[in-house]
Every structure is written in C-alpha cells, then in structure tokens.
Design a protein around this ligand. Structure first.
Ligand code: SAM
Length: 179
C-alpha cells in the first residue's frame, strides 16, 4: 500500500531540508521577487501559509504580512517550523472554514496542492477563508501540466499573474466576484 501524505512527510521530517531545502528556498526567492515587482513593499494584514512544512515558505509570509498564521498536516514538520519561528500563530488545518471564514488577506501555499487528493476542494476552502479583496499565492509542481491546473484554479479565482519557476507553476490569484 502507498504511504499517505501525512505519514510520508512525518517519516522524512528529519531530512526534509536536506532533501528539498535548496529547491524550496529557490522557489521562495523567486516568488518574493515576483511579489516585490507586483506589490512593492506593501504588507497585507493577516496571512496564512497553508502547508508550511518546516517553515521555508514562512520566510516569504513574514516578509509580506503583519499577522502570520500557518498550518500543516504533518506534526513532525510543524515541530521544526515552530522551533524556527515561534512567533507565528499555528492553527489546525481542519475546521478552517468554520473558524476563519472571510478572515485572511493573503494565503500562500507553496508546493502543496499537487500532494492533495482534491485540490479543487482546497481551493474552495481558500475562497471561503479569504477576504473579498484578498490574494492567494499558489505554487504547484509542474508534473500534472498547466492544462490540469489552470481550469481548476479558474473555478474560484482570477489569475492576476502567472509565472514558471524551474519546478513549479506560480499563480497570483484574486477571488472571483459572486454573481
Ligand atoms: C513539498 S512540502 C512544502 C512545504 C513548504 N511549503 C515549503 O515550501 O517548504 C508540502 C507540504 O504540504 C503539506 N501538506 C500536504 N497535504 C496537506 C494538506 N491536505 N493540508 C495541509 N498541508 C498539507 C505537507 O505536510 C508538506 O509539509
């Protein structure tokens, strides 16, 4: 039987940064640079890092929001992030739609949704917990191809900006207006 995502990330937690650190740091630098070009030094108020892992993507979040929140399904990776960034509000991934509806000004999710069984369901969750004026910064591994990701993303969001990093597609998204 294939290992589920949570078990996989818990298992590799001690060597996550050795395995993927450099690659993820490169993505964070790429996205930071894009953010600066699009938003300058603007800081959003409340921001969530969905799937923060060991906290590499939290570095991006801390540069662009005043109140950082983060969640992850792997408690072993989360422990590393908590140790590195104790001043972040760590919250549960479950129940976000009830507790944080229309709450965040920005959600970042870096190399997470390709691991999720129902990415459209997670994008619907993002739509629920994001304020109307908010943005999502989404990056996903290129493996499934852009023809898979674009229609899914466009179900609930407008694409403000699209770019390609070495391994990931990167989207800056705004919420579609409800008719
Ligand atoms: C490739 S890692 C990226 C971690 C971090 N964003 C980074 O840039 O280093 C993918 C992360 O997504 C998390 N993840 C996978 N499925 C998830 C889900 N359904 N909800 C929350 N986190 C999830 C994993 O535990 C893992 O930390």
């Amino acid at each position: 039987m294939l290992m589920d995502t949570k078990t996989w990330y818990n298992t590799i937690a001690p060597s996550y940064e050795e395995l993927y650190g450099e690659e993820q740091f490169r993505k964070v630098i790429f996205i930071k640079d894009l953010y600066r070009r699009l938003f300058g030094n603007y800081k959003f108020k409340r921001g969530l890092d969905f799937g923060c892992g060991t906290g590499i993507s939290i570095e991006l979040l801390l540069e662009i929001v005043e109140e950082p929140y983060a969640c992850d399904i792997s408690e072993k990776l989360l422990n590393i992030a908590k140790h590195k960034y104790p001043n972040v509000n760590y919250i549960k991934c479950e129940g976000l739609a009830n507790e944080f509806r229309d709450f965040f000004d920005v959600i970042i999710s870096i190399t997470v949704l390709q691991d999720v069984e129902n990415p459209l369901g997670v994008l619907y969750l993002f739509k629920q917990i994001l304020q109307d004026h908010g943005i999502v910064i989404l990056s996903v591994l290129k493996k499934k191809g852009i023809s898979y990701w674009k229609p899914i993303v466009k179900e609930y969001f407008n694409i403000l900006w699209f770019d390609e990093e070495d391994k990931d597609f990167v989207f800056f998204l705004s919420k579609k207006k409800e008719l």
